[in-house]
Design a protein around this ligand. Structure first.
Ligand code: PMT
Length: 407
């Protein structure tokens, strides 16, 4: 799977540099096209000539050593790479990348790339455990960088622990898997807007009405759209889930806030998927102070919230628009009705009373209703697998609308 893939190997200065030489050789043997940037410190461990001979390409060390006057080297490399791998990645380079510092050929190139970046840390076990390194790694995770965890074993400094650069054979295997699974990115160049989670409608400062949505279904869709290459905007109601990496996440509370957030992004979206369980009603009055209990019963008057999906259906021009239907009975009838009244391209219906489907679970059981009358009943599967199926339909709908292949 790595044949003809363009891999930019960034080697920073630690004893594990010798392994990077073996890694270069193994990648080339597997058919990859490898270019290498060495940091100044890395070049003290193993010479550029070694990497040049193994990669059969020129090796870069100095940002100002412009080998080809037709291009600017670090931008050219940043654009060239299918995958950038920093191996070994020192604590110093990890800190620079986390801080957005661009003071050498490696950091300037990585700052300028849109390619996937993998970091393979290698350092002393206590360095790896230091809170500063941990914090920097989590910042990089938020930026969407991926990691090849160091393995445990004997370290050059004499310690035994976690910090060894993963073995070159294993790294090649991981790269092979990566290209095998992400070889096709059918949503590259597309903007996908997804809503997830519940909304909360205030009664007073301490009370609200809401529902059981955990956000899992919507977040799985957002992750899958991202994996398939889309630029993702996730508008999320209040949930306990972490923001997924590599996408814009807009947190909202109420249906009204979700309405404004969604409309803000709608015009630029190619695909909109409304997974959120939006409250249909809100208390007519949201009290400024806590409502005190009194003798006897009380009544809250509710008013309708805006139906966001309906509104999108009236405004829709170029977008593929997908809605969900959470039902407890007459699923097919209600789903078909929503398909029509909300002017959407597909409804994903789930009977939320069935075990393994709907709110809070890691699985779902859905049926897809399309405008051409097609109905696909899917078996119980993980929400991630449901997301893959929905994205397959999205790609098909984009193709039907002639919106495919123009990226
Ligand atoms: O979040 P999880 O715990 O993973 O659970 C997943 C889920 C059950 C929330 C999800 O699978 C699901 O069914 N989402 C839709 C829930 C819902 O609100 O369904 P509905 O049938 O009431 O609404 C139909 C569609 O209109 C939905 O796309 C909804 O987002 C949209 N809507 C509804 C009301 C409103 N005021 N504005 C809307 O946009």
């Amino acid at each position: 799977m790595v044949k003809d893939k363009k891999i930019l190997l960034c080697v920073t200065g630690g004893i594990a540099v010798y392994k990077a030489a073996a890694l270069t050789s193994k990648l080339v043997q597997a058919g990859a096209c490898v270019k290498v940037i060495l940091s100044e410190s890395a070049a003290k461990f193993v010479t550029p000539l070694t990497f040049q001979a193994l990669s059969r390409n020129e090796v870069y060390t100095d940002t100002f050593d412009e080998k080809n006057p037709q291009v600017i080297a670090h931008i050219d490399l940043a654009d060239w790479a299918d995958l950038i791998l920093v191996a070994p990645a020192t604590a110093n380079t990890i800190a620079k990348l986390a801080g957005g510092i661009a003071d050498n050929m490696i950091t300037t190139t990585i700052l300028a790339t849109t390619a996937t970046v993998w970091i393979a840390p290698a350092m002393n076990v206590h360095m790896y455990d230091h809170p500063a390194v941990k914090k920097n790694l989590s910042v990089l995770a938020e930026y969407g960088y991926q990691f090849i965890e160091p393995s445990e074993g004997y370290l050059a400094c004499g310690y035994v622990g976690k910090g060894r650069l993963e073995e070159p054979e294993k790294i090649v295997e991981l790269i092979e898997q990566y290209f095998a699974s992400s070889g096709s990115q059918p949503l590259k160049g597309k903007t996908v807007l997804i809503t997830a989670g519940p909304t909360r409608e205030k009664i007073d400062p301490v009370r609200f009405i809401s529902n059981h949505s955990s956000g899992k279904m919507g977040y799985a869709l957002a992750e899958e759209a991202k994996r398939q290459g889309a630029d993702v905007v996730l508008v999320s109601g209040p949930v306990q889930l972490q923001n997924p990496a590599g996408m814009e996440v807009v947190r909202v509370e109420s249906a009204e806030e979700m309405y404004h957030a969604v409309l803000n992004y709608f015009d630029h979206a190619d695909v909109v998927i409304k997974t959120a369980a939006v409250s249909d009603y809100r208390p007519k009055i949201a009290y400024q102070h806590k409502v005190k209990k009194q003798a006897g019963n009380t009544t809250i008057e509710f008013e309708r919230t805006k139906d966001i999906l309906y509104e999108l259906g009236t405004r829709k021009k170029k977008q593929v628009l997908i809605g969900f239907a959470a039902e407890t009975n007459n699923v097919a009838e209600y789903a078909r009705k929503k398909l029509e009244t909300k002017n959407v391209d597909m409804i994903v219906a789930n009977n939320v009373k069935i075990e393994g489907a709907g709110f809070g679970t890691d699985t779902n059981i859905v049926t897809l209703y399309k405008r051409d009358g097609t109905v696909s009943e899917l078996p119980i599967m993980s929400k991630t697998a449901v997301a893959v199926k929905i994205m397959e339909e999205v790609t098909a709908l984009l193709k039907e609308m002639g919106k495919y292949g123009d990226c």
